[in-house]
Design a protein around this ligand. Structure first.
Ligand SMILES: Nc1ncnc2c1ncn2[C@@H]1O[C@H](COP(=O)(O)OP(=O)(O)OP(=O)(O)O)[C@@H](O)[C@H]1O
Length: 274
């Protein structure tokens, strides 16, 4: 038996359902993330990617199914609190996700304070975190409006790392940034992953990013995982008709805009029957 088989996945999502009123946003989603690996989540707009990300980090309650961390269900207040320390989130828009009234120090210290981890060494810890994302030379007492989008996203990454998580959920962390900055942020995330053995759940519309970073890919369609597997297989030889259409639509675009967008739904499809 290999180590991989013996150890439970770092994160396990089991048969998760999420409804908003009568609308089912997630319908029996199951997904595993192994320690130190990257799972990408792709699917057209509205397929449920952000909902799944919010469910995983505990921003939304599930209506059915469960989330497990290192083999133990994230259930009950104690388990939820411990899990929240172990998972960080990076959002799409670094302008919206930082409170402009907080200094950079306060932004990064916030999760430490929330988890009772801001002790006497708190200031130094925040300095180290800013340093680790390439912001060591910036005044921690500065306010976010003095920063560029890329710098803000670095601060958001420092905040996500504050409690020492083993998993980061990244919801389109580069798509609101200038193209030249996107590569820098992606490189930073890859370096941090290497250095810290982090696992990522990575939501992106950018197929080149999916190719570059993913170990596994899950394809979401209307709240259901229709295909998953190693990235090379899902991208190189997609089996499900929806994945084929999704990637086909992307690949027919110009190389500069390989974004996973909208594909014809079942009613428009030619007997694909997904
Ligand atoms: N709070 C909410 N109340 C009602 N419906 C919601 C809510 N949040 C999401 N939805 C609906 O759930 C579905 C999935 O939304 P979600 O944001 O997860 O999609 P997505 O795949 O992340 O899309 P995008 O790529 O555009 O971000 C959408 O139809 C959306 O309108």
């Amino acid at each position: 038996m290999t180590t991989e088989e013996k150890e439970p996945p770092l994160l396990s999502v089991r048969d998760v359902t999420k409804r908003y009123g009568s609308f089912t946003a997630l319908d029996g989603v199951t997904l595993d993330i192994r320690a130190g690996t990257t799972v990408s989540l792709v699917g057209e707009s509205g397929s449920g990617k952000s909902t799944l990300a919010r469910v995983i980090v505990g921003l939304e309650a599930v209506d059915g199914g469960s989330v497990h961390h290192r083999g133990a269900p994230v259930r009950g207040r104690g388990a939820r609190l411990a899990f929240r320390r172990g998972v960080g989130m990076v959002f799409q828009d670094p302008y919206e996700s930082i409170d402009p009234r907080f200094t950079l120090h306060e932004v990064v210290a916030e999760p430490l304070r929330a988890h009772g981890m801001y002790g006497p060494g708190g200031k130094r810890r925040v300095g180290e975190l800013l340093e680790s994302v390439g912001m060591g030379s910036v005044d921690p007492e500065a306010y976010p409006h003095t920063l560029s989008g890329g710098q803000r996203q670095r601060v958001c990454i420092a905040r996500a790392l504050a409690t020492g998580p083993d998993l980061l959920v990244c919801d389109e962390p580069t798509s609101a940034l200038d193209v030249s900055v996107q590569a820098q942020i992606l490189n930073l995330l890859l370096t941090l992953q290497r250095e810290r053995g982090l696992a990522y759940l990575f939501i992106t519309h950018d197929l080149d990013v999916v190719r570059r970073i993913s170990d596994d890919v899950h394809v979401l369609y209307r709240g259901t995982v229709v295909e998953h597997g190693p990235a090379a297989q899902v991208i190189g030889e997609p089996r499900h008709p929806y994945t084929q259409k999704l990637l086909g639509a992307v690949l027919s675009d110009s190389p500069r805009t390989r974004r996973i967008g909208t594909v014809p739904g079942p009613s428009d499809a030619d007997n694909t029957g997904w």
